[in-house]
Design a protein around this ligand. Structure first.
Ligand code: ZN
Length: 548
């Protein structure tokens, strides 16, 4: 156990007037003034900086993100030339790798919004190359990759996927949704040891930005087992919660059998201090950039409104079956119809199953506060009629502020696909909050970086890092700094049934703390970008310290 720790001379988030936080045996023992100093152990001078709960990223993909750190970084390059230069440089730096891998390209640099194998051949002519789009919904391969995967004009589109083709039916090198798997299954998988090393690198980088907790939005059962081994080895320096996958295309009987197996593996972990499970993840739709998100009306200049991945009746039945067994469920929904279908499914489950009994997630919280709390992930645009349903149904709005970065490169394809009226309801976190809904914030790393400060900047300013547009994009949706910080800490903890352990600085809570290099509350919204993290504490132990 770490020795006692006292943080002095801080501004304590949520405790006006307090300057000192005392920590012992992994818990916050006292919050107050100077009288708490000198209790023994280590004393850290916050030098006026904000002391806040550790950030809790409510939605990311940790192993995928950790692996991506060693790939060509294509986000957010603005031209095809810059992208190909980065691929070329990465290929030259990894001459022995059988595949050249990269991630993070944006749609905007490509005319027609889809890249081609011919373009990629110019950078990598001799080896298979595969580049993930920043949103993970489109993959881009070169000719060698398509050869290795045996893909030609005869290859049919898989269910839930599309091979982009030219007028003659020849694949052009872009693969949407599940069509990506046709190529990806030929890429050699890293070993568990390699993954473990990349995860350790990722955790150190996360601590340096003040993250002490993260919630993974897509785990196969075998992955949960490898997290259990990491935890058992004492190497999991993070509060980690993983969602097990829920997919369409099974019978309800198969789904019940799957839930039996999941329950045996995950339920003993529910309410765990470091590793936690008990949540399922399903996809209701795709993404707006690729016109695969489900919309109530067709896309601009199109007859298609996207397609939900589930028949609504099937989604309702699967959600209700899991809800009946005490599972929390998170549904990816990006388009306005996708969001409605997700809310409908949760409403249906509450109607057929009635109130949740007892305390299924072991929060020990007061009666009435441990009711079901399902989640909708992303919510990029929403019909006005659905904004108030987050509050009325007790559903959490889990949103990733930096997805709404209003740089032209990022937002033009998105907004162009749905037109100005629907784009005017983009990332409506303030409307949802003011209607009584609970927000949980995250990054969706590796879709975008896990840096919580670039996310806070967008949540509060609705501006790019360079301060554009002046006054903010859709400024009516700007949050206060306090509310944005709350969504990234207490809101995420609530979304994980962990509000009794973390997310606020009060005695008895887990000592997961961050000291910033400034008092953000006093410095104001323009000071968010550039904020540094002086100290990160997990379980009462210092896991990151910077002299800056
Ligand atoms: Zn995600």
């Amino acid at each position: 156990m770490a020795r006692p720790l006292t943080i002095v001379n801080g501004t304590i988030l949520g405790a006006p007037g307090a300057t000192t936080v005392a920590v012992r045996d992994g818990r916050i023992t006292a919050v107050g003034g100077r009288e708490l100093a000198g209790a023994g152990g280590e004393t850290v001078d916050a030098r006026g900086g904000l002391v806040m709960p550790g950030f809790d990223d409510a939605h990311l993909h940790l192993v995928g993100g950790a692996r991506s750190m060693s790939r060509a970084q294509l986000y957010p390059l603005a031209t095809v030339e810059a992208i190909l230069d980065a691929v070329r440089a990465h290929a030259a730096a990894t001459p022995d790798a059988p595949w050249v891998l990269g991630r993070g390209w944006l749609y905007a640099p490509f005319p027609g919004a889809m890249p081609t194998a011919t373009q990629l051949d110019a950078a990598v002519p001799d080896r298979p190359a595969w580049m993930d789009c920043y949103d993970g919904h489109t993959g881009w391969g070169n000719s060698a990759a398509m050869r290795v995967a045996g893909i030609d004009r005869e290859t049919p589109d898989p269910p839930n996927g599309r091979i982009v083709r030219d007028a003659d039916g020849n694949p052009t090198g872009a693969f949407k949704e599940d069509a990506q798997l046709l190529v990806e299954r030929h890429i050699p998988r890293p070993s568990e040891d390699e993954d473990r090393a990349s995860v350790q690198g990722a955790l150190a980088a996360m601590h340096a930005l003040g993250l002490t907790a993260a919630q993974d939005a897509w785990l196969e059962p075998a992955e949960l087992a490898s997290w259990e081994r990491l935890h058992a080895a004492g190497e999991l320096d993070l509060r980690f919660r993983g969602a097990l996958i829920m997919e369409p295309g099974q019978t309800l009987t198969e789904w019940r059998d799957r839930l039996d197996g999941y329950g045996a593996q995950a339920f003993p972990l529910r309410g765990g201090a470091r590793l936690d499970a008990g949540i399922l993840k399903g996809f209701v739709d795709g993404v707006i950039e690729a016109r695969t998100a489900s919309m109530l009306a067709p896309y601009e200049g199109d007859t298609s409104a996207g397609l939900p991945a589930w028949e609504p009746d099937e989604l309702n039945a699967f959600v209700a079956e899991a809800d009946r067994r005490g599972w929390q469920i998170e549904l990816h929904a990006i388009g306005d119809r996708g969001v409605r279908l997700a809310l409908d499914a949760f409403e249906h489950a509450a109607r057929v199953n009635g109130p949740w009994p007892g305390d299924p997630h072991g929060t020990g919280a007061a009666p009435g506060t441990h009711a079901r709390r399902h989640r909708v992930e992303h919510i990029e645009t929403i019909d006005p009629a659905d904004i108030g349903r987050f509050a009325s149904l007790g559903v959490i709005a889990s949103m990733q502020p930096y997805h709404g970065d209003p740089s032209p490169n990022q937002i033009d394809v998105w907004a162009g696909n749905i037109g100005p009226e629907r784009a005017g309801r983009a990332w409506a976190w303030r409307s949802i909050r003011e209607a009584g809904g609970t927000l949980a914030f995250g990054s969706d790393w590796p879709v975008v970086p896990f840096d919580p400060f670039i996310a806070l900047n967008n949540a509060v300013n609705r501006q790019t890092r360079d301060g554009l547009p002046a006054g903010g994009w859709l400024p009516g949706e700007r949050l206060t700094i306090e509310h944005a910080l709350e969504a990234y800490t207490a809101g995420s903890a609530f979304a994980a049934f962990a509000e009794h352990r973390r997310g606020r600085i009060t005695p008895g809570m887990d000592a997961d703390l961050v000291v910033l290099d400034r008092d953000l509350l006093a410095a104001g919204a323009s000071a968010i970008i550039g904020t540094g993290v002086r100290l990160t504490v997990l379980d009462g132990r210092i896991v990151h310290r910077s002299e800056g």
